[in-house]
Design a protein around this ligand. Structure first.
Ligand SMILES: Nc1ncnc2c1ncn2[C@@H]1O[C@H](COP(=O)(O)OP(=O)(O)O)[C@@H](O)[C@H]1O
Ligand SMILES: [Mg+2]
Length: 346
């Protein structure tokens, strides 16, 4: 069993005024794909390095399969780390880069040959085995780094933004491939990314971090449908959720109904796809100016302005470019409500 359990991990670097990580606890189940998602600088790499044993936590515990890792050296933790910059050995061939970890661990020669063969075939690297890393494209290097991790058949894979050096198209394609690959090998994966699309599309579970603190842990749909606070609500989803104060809604002419209407400490959230929009007036709908129309093919994003507040709306309508007025309404049942003071979901 390769269950990873983090309990109350905190980290303050020596001489630093503030902790980089505060009280991090979550569990990664055997064969689960978990993403650590958050903006740059929120502590993702530090946390991954602590899990790998490359960095010491200030307090808290890392356990794998119920075994406390605190006294286990990195090389004995049976985890494979794929670094953001891949960290390939420049003077080694692709084959040697891939097999090095097994050779260092004194794995039987025939076994090494067999495992390298399976892994390189799986990743389509057979033709590149003799090459040096500098003679590879970014995408090929990324595959070699991945092969080096896979060939070890570790208990846990740790990946630090493995797609961030690829161009957008390749990133798109590789996302799905990685997901399938790790399912195929029944891998337990902790995947660091700042990219919400990667986290949403690849993960069984997402851990959202901000400034070293967990904001929410949940499946992609739980996080999308029930964001725990305004940070998560606006971090996940493109274009981002509209955040409206009560007085802004009033200025638009929108009268909030239901139990929330009476609350004074209230911020409303509404996703762009939960605004209904029309190019012609509709009974009971509100009027807005269209400040910007951004067609992307299947979806068009409109930036509306109503009562002095900007609102973004995604629609499948083919919006007439010359149309500068719009009528809209909110899907009431899809509204999110937060405490303005705390930022937390009500
Ligand atoms: N060795 C270190 N010494 C001091 N501060 C560090 C060190 N490594 C990272 N930090 C700081 O910790 C914070 C989190 O960094 P990091 O874990 O790399 O974030 P992320 O991977 O989410 O971008 C940053 O403010 C960074 O400057
Ligand atoms: Mg990082």
């Amino acid at each position: 069993m390769a269950e990873v359990e983090l309990s109350n991990i905190s980290k303050t670097f020596e001489g630093a005024p503030r902790p980089v990580l505060t009280d991090i606890s979550f569990t990664v189940k055997d064969t689960e794909f978990v993403s650590l998602l958050g903006p740059s600088g929120c502590g993702k790499t530090t946390l991954l390095r602590i899990i790998a044993g490359l960095e010491d936590q200030t307090s808290g515990k890392v356990a794998i399969g119920a075994l406390d890792m605190n006294r286990v050296a990195p090389r004995d933790r049976d985890m494979a780390f794929v670094f953001q910059n891949y960290a390939l050995y420049p003077h080694f061939s692709v084959e040697d880069n891939i097999s090095l970890g097994l050779r260092l661990r004194k794995v039987d020669k025939a076994e090494i040959t067999a495992r390298v063969k399976t892994t390189t075939e799986m990743l389509g690297l057979e033709a590149l085995l003799e090459r040096k890393p500098r003679a590879l494209s970014g995408g090929q290097r990324q595959r070699v780094a991945l092969a080096r991790a896979l060939v070890r058949n570790p208990k846990v894979f740790l990946l630090d933004e493995p797609l961030s050096n690829l161009d957008a198209k390749l990133r798109d394609k590789t996302r799905g491939e990685l997901r399938l690959l790790f399912k195929k090998v029944n891998g337990t994966v902790i995947y660091v990314t700042h990219d919400q699309i990667e986290a949403m599309t690849m993960s069984d579970k997402i851990v959202i971090l901000q400034e070293g603190k967990i904001q929410q842990v949940g499946t992609p749909s739980e996080i999308y449908e029930k964001p725990a606070n305004i940070f998560v609500a606006t971090f996940i989803g493109m274009p981002q959720m509209n955040i409206l104060q009560k007085k802004e809604m009033t200025a638009m002419g929108y009268a909030l109904s239901g139990p929330e209407a009476g609350l004074s400490d209230l911020t409303c959230g509404i996703r762009p796809e939960d605004l209904e929009v029309s190019a012609a007036p509709r009974e009971g709908w509100l009027e807005a100016a269209v400040d910007l129309c951004e067609p992307t093919g299947a979806l068009t994003t409109l930036t509306l302005s109503a009562g002095g507040t900007a609102l973004r709306c995604s629609t499948t309508l083919k919006w007439p470019l010359a149309q500068t007025r719009a009528w809209f309404t909110f899907k009431r049942e899809h509204m999110h409500f937060f405490s303005t003071a705390e930022g937390t979901r009500l």
